[in-house]
Structure formats: structure tokens, C-alpha cells
Ligand binder design. Structure first.
Ligand SMILES: [Zn+2]
Length: 215
């Protein structure tokens, strides 16, 4: 976590030095602290008297509509995007009301490919840096649409690391059904289901072990 915060601070300082705006994809498995890193980065801008626009996916309503919350208790209101949002237009409208210095998007895996292209316009045409935070792969080990487009288009890719119970880097998301059995196929996004998720290394994703000594 600390390293990730340092990296965000570093990229913030680079914007300050007058570099051209860039599109960033900060990716990780689940529960690596993406939202915390996002909120810290936003606060860094705030401290410098600058304005950020925070956005998150409309389908993620764990913490109420229009809010980015971190597991360590931080939270901030955010605009929502859904599948039919033109994110360039949405950002442009906000930018007209109040000049925006940086756009930060949580749950960026839920962006469509078109929306990622729209974000590239925000950096290339409006000159505003865009920092996207999201999961790289789903529980089946497949890229989310937004993650695939960001991996293809982002200027900079950064991994926010977390660890498996074995100590290795956790790069995969394991889904368990209500009986605790691993699920490897099915719908990519389940809203309101009883499934639980764990971030694990690839080896323990393959073996379906979310914890030590479960078999
Ligand atoms: Zn492991």
C-alpha cells in the first residue's frame, strides 16, 4: 500500500512539472486498496488548491449511489457512469462548470471500450490527466472489457499489489458460492449475490484455495 501511495504521489508531481496529460490504468486484484489510493491522490490535488472529478460505476452500489469508499474508512462523493454514459460529454460538462485538473475513475473495469476511447479524448483534447483504477481480470481469469481497453490504450500501467494467503503476489480473483466452493464459470458480474471473493495467487486460483488449510 505504502509503495502504491508513493507511486501516485510521484505521478502527481509529474503533472505539476508541466508534462502532457496522460491516461493511466492502475490495476489490481480485489481488496488491494485501489479506492484508498484514488482518494489519497485526489486529496493531494485538493491540498494544492486543484480540483478533481471522481467517477465510479453506477452498478457498484455497495456503499450507496455516487460514492467512492475505501475499506479503511475514507469516502467521497462521485459522479456515476453507466453503460450508456458518454464520459467525454459528462466530463466536459463538469469542466465547463469548474475547471478540472484531474479525472479519477474507480471500478474502471466496468467501462466499455468506447468509454475508454472517450477518456483518451479527455487527455488528448482537453489536456486533463485521467487516472483509472480497476480490476484486471474477473473470477474466471478473463479481462473485463474496460480493463482490456485500458491495457491497450493507457499511456501508463501501474499495478497496485496485494498478497495471497501464501505470501505470493495475488493477481487473480477467486469466487466462491455460498457453500464456499470455487466458481470458475458464469456471469461476469453478479449484483446482490451471495458469492464471496478472495484475491489469490495464480497457483491457488487454479487449486481453488481461498485460505490456508481449507482442503
Ligand atoms: Zn497463493
Amino acid at each position: 500500500m505504502h509503495q502504491a501511495l508513493v507511486r501516485v504521489r510521484f505521478c502527481f508531481n509529474r503533472f505539476e512539472s508541466g508534462n502532457l496529460a496522460k491516461l493511466y490504468f492502475n490495476y489490481s486484484a480485489m481488496n488491494a486498496g485501489k479506492s484508498t489510493v484514488l482518494l489519497q491522490a485526489s486529496h493531494n490535488y485538493f491540498e494544492q488548491g486543484m480540483h478533481t472529478l471522481l467517477m465510479t460505476a453506477a452498478l457498484d452500489d455497495r456503499d450507496g449511489v455516487g460514492k467512492i469508499s475505501s475499506r479503511i474508512g475514507l469516502g467521497k462523493e462521485a459522479d456515476l457512469f453507466s453503460g450508456d454514459t458518454d464520459v467525454y460529454d459528462a466530463i466536459m460538462a463538469r469542466h465547463t462548470e469548474q475547471a478540472i485538473d484531474c479525472v479519477m475513475i474507480d471500478e474502471a473495469q466496468f467501462l466499455s471500450a468506447d468509454q475508454v476511447w472517450q477518456l483518451s479524448l479527455v487527455t488528448d483534447e482537453l489536456g486533463i490527466p485521467v487516472l483509472c483504477y480497476g480490476l484486471r481480470t474477473d473470477f474466471a481469469g478473463k479481462l473485463f472489457p474496460g480493463s482490456a481497453a485500458l491495457l491497450a490504450l493507457a499511456d501508463h500501467l501501474r499495478e497496485i499489489r496485494t498478497i495471497c494467503w501464501c505470501g505470493s503476489k495475488a493477481s487473480m480473483v477467486l469466487r466462491m458460492d455460498e457453500d464456499g466452493k470455487p466458481v470458475k464459470a458464469g456471469t461476469q458480474v453478479v449484483i446482490g449475490g451471495n458469492d464471496v471473493y478472495a484475491s489469490v495467487c495464480r497457483k491457488h486460483w487454479k487449486s481453488g484455495e481461498p485460505h490456508k488449510n481449507t482442503r
